[in-house]
Design a protein around this ligand. Structure first.
Ligand SMILES: [Zn+2]
Length: 130
């Protein structure tokens, strides 16, 4: 039988990414929306293969996480109204703060990436992955 085939017994399922592999990828990072702990969530990928993806149960979303420092910078930029990534969202909307902070986290990561390209930061600065 094809090793990639999902079988009926949970003991014989071969995951594209195992729970342990997924857990190892989220050590030291937090949810980019709420800053909470991430955990491996069992799901299927776009080819219907069983796998685990990291996600935040508080936000009910898949999330690959960011360095806690990135989250804190992003949250401050949102709370000071300096970066509001999603103009269609209004305060009071469902998960407003989490969504704006997730968007701001991506902006912070991009700004740091561009700053490193220009030599303003070393690759070891600001939560860069080696
Ligand atoms: Zn979250």
């Amino acid at each position: 039988m094809n090793a990639k085939t999902r079988e009926t017994s949970a003991d014989t399922i071969e995951y594209k990414t195992t729970r342990e592999q997924c857990a190892a990828e989220i050590v030291g990072v937090v949810c980019s929306g709420c800053g909470g702990q991430l955990e491996p969530i069992e799901t299927v990928d776009n080819s219907d293969h069983p796998t685990f993806w990291p996600g935040c149960m508080a936000c009910s979303k898949f999330n690959y996480g960011v360095d806690p420092k990135i989250f804190r910078v992003a949250r401050r930029l949102v709370e000071s109204y300096y970066v509001l990534r999603y103009s269609r969202l209004r305060e009071g909307d469902y998960q407003y703060l989490e969504s704006q902070t997730d968007g701001a986290s991506n902006i912070v990561l991009r700004v740091l990436h561009e700053a490193r390209i220009e030599g303003l930061l070393s690759s070891a600065d600001a939560g860069a992955k080696p």
